[in-house]
Design a protein around this ligand. Structure first.
Ligand SMILES: [Zn+2]
Length: 570
């Protein structure tokens, strides 16, 4: 008698092999049988008409704080994710000297737009060292598995104090001490090391993430720890400037250590062919024996602009700042609907702006109503600017009125990256690149402006089923990309495939009825802080380590998730 039998589904095993009808049987948290007809189970689930696939392994998240108070790690777990890797992009909460807690919160708040109020209230600092942080996470019950990378920003400030936090150059002694701490973290179970080399990532005080300007001496000095310990990934977000120098050190590090180096690979509007050069550099490095892995996304990095978001096209207008910004939403909407206020705001120029808000304000041809169901690949004629031209109005007017829709809860979609061509042609090519690994959902992060944690679901709804504006992707490829492929990058051979003996992390998916809802702002973080979330439907069941954790979108209360320590054998 099996513990659980998923009967008669379409098995998509994660390897990329063709889908096949059959049963899946689970015993003691492990997969017992794949395909054919399984014997009876204590619980039997009719999976006919559904896909049965491995749980998603999402390797690019920022749940480092949330992991300490939320056993469910939503929104990711609502979308079939059964394993998350956090600690990306050089930010996280360990190691942490007691007098650095507020500073680490400010670093995370600045870089990842996670409310500092939530982090301050939510985190119970039961650690100083990285191993102690892992122990604290391991003690807490949770629904899904988590793994952590050790972040450069925290390590640098821990070792170098204010010099490190303020991006002063590291001495050889500093580098040796940082490498020692990273070795210690890897030995305790960290799955890698991460750093940030982009000026877009700044602490709340405006300082770039510690390590942003690290020299090759520092990067290789720390990175060699991965080679010495023999596991782990070196992850980075980089402006790739200068490009050749960046790829040179990445390749050198990967070749020398034998460990993969993975970087965020996205298309930007200012150099829309740069991603092609990155992929060419990756191929060239591979030909020379170095594993440099482009981390690609399944859709654009989607800014969601609304009256409750971190910013919107009128957020810096003098009248908005002085009279409206502080009002409760309902009152703000009422005032903004007043024709006199509307006319005044529309006549004003924006106040001092960040480069990003300036870019958005100047690019209303890239601003779209997201709609329901959300349209993440809208044609150019659907933009606010195109609407305005058709209606003979100013684009600002159209944006203003759209923001007031749904009682001020409407969100406008601004595809910041991966949308230079106004379609997904570039993403399509990236998703098919043989060395690419999917990531960049940024689960848990950018709470006030981005919500791409639903990307795993979107890969099925859009890329497999619905896409109209270009070719779709094979189901088996899409499942492989977010299961066996992501798991393999981090050495997690015990998951990501449906095979006897592997962990029974499984999704049962009604593909025909799978959907993602429009994102919405909720105030459910600690201290009632805000975050964008996105729900959906169509996951009939998510099984974690043999236990059903979600059934038809509802948590069952089972908490079989664990901390993953280090690479895992099959
Ligand atoms: Zn990130």
């Amino acid at each position: 008698m099996h513990d659980l039998v998923l009967r008669g589904g379409t098995l998509v095993d994660g390897t990329g092999a063709p889908a096949a009808a059959g049963d899946l049987a689970i015993d003691g948290g492990r997969i017992a049988r794949v395909g054919g007809q399984a014997g009876p189970g204590r619980r039997e689930v009719d999976a006919a008409g559904c896909l049965v696939a491995p749980g998603w392994v999402d390797v690019h998240t920022h749940y480092d704080g949330q992991v300490t108070w939320d056993p469910y790690l939503t929104p990711s777990s609502w979308h079939g994710v059964t394993t998350v890797v956090m600690g990306n992009c050089g930010v996280g909460f360990a190691p942490a000297r007691p007098d650095r807690h507020q500073w680490l919160i400010g670093l995370m708040e600045g870089v990842e737009d996670i409310p500092g109020t939530a982090l301050a209230e939510g985190i119970d600092w039961q650690w100083e060292s990285f191993p102690e942080y892992l122990d604290a996470i391991a003690r807490m019950p949770r629904a899904i598995d988590v793994a952590a990378q050790v972040p450069h920003g925290a390590v640098r400030a821990y070792v170098m104090g204010e010099r490190g936090a303020k991006n002063e150059p590291a001495t050889s002694d500093d580098v040796a001490e940082m490498a020692r701490i990273v070795r210690e973290a890897l030995a305790a179970g960290a799955l890698g090391f991460s750093t940030s080399r982009t000026l877009l990532h700044r602490a709340i005080d405006g300082e770039p993430v510690p390590g942003t300007f690290a020299t090759e001496h520092e990067l290789l000095g720390i990175g060699r720890a991965l080679g010495e310990v023999g596991h782990g990934v070196f992850e980075l977000a980089s402006d790739l400037a200068p490009e050749t120098a960046e790829f040179a050190w990445m390749e050198k590090l990967a070749a020398e250590t034998g460990r993969p180096v993975t970087f965020a690979c996205l298309q930007n509007d200012f150099d829309p062919e740069q991603w092609r050069r990155s992929l060419a550099a990756v191929d060239a490095a591979a030909a020379r024996g170095a594993r440099v892995v482009p981390q690609v996304a399944g859709r654009p990095t989607g800014l969601l602009l609304g009256l409750q978001s971190s910013f919107h096209p009128f957020a810096t207008h003098p009248t908005y700042r002085a009279e409206l910004a502080a009002l409760p939403l309902a009152e703000r909407v009422r005032r903004m609907r007043d024709p006199a206020v509307r006319a005044r705001l529309l006549a004003e120029q924006p106040g001092p702006n960040l480069p990003i808000t300036q870019f958005v304000a100047a690019s209303l041809h890239k601003l779209f109503p997201l709609g329901d169901p959300p349209d993440y690949e809208p044609a150019p004629e659907k933009s606010v600017k195109a609407m305005a031209e058709r209606e003979g109005r100013a684009p600002q007017e159209v944006a203003y009125d759209l923001l007031l829709a749904r009682d001020g809860r409407e969100l406008l979609y601004f595809p910041l990256l991966n949308y230079a061509g106004f379609d997904f042609a570039a993403i399509h090519e990236m998703l098919l690149h043989p060395r690419a690994v999917i990531g960049l959902s940024d689960g848990g992060a950018h709470c006030g402006i981005i919500c791409d944690a639903s990307m795993p679901t979107f890969l099925l709804t859009h890329w497999v089923r619905d896409r109209q504006r270009g070719p779709r992707l094979p189901l088996e490829h899409v499942v492989h990309m977010q299961t066996a492929n992501t798991a393999a990058l981090f050495g997690l051979a015990d998951r990501g495939r449906l095979a006897p003996g592997l962990r029974a992390d499984v999704n049962v998916i009604d593909l025909e009825n799978l959907r993602i809802d429009p994102p919405e702002m909720v105030f459910d973080l600690p201290a009632s802080s805000r975050r964008l979330v996105q729900r959906g439907a169509g996951y009939r069941m998510t099984v974690q380590h043999g236990e059903v954790i979600f059934e038809d979108g509802e948590p069952t209360g089972a908490l079989p998730g664990q901390l993953i320590r280090g690479a895992q054998a099959a």
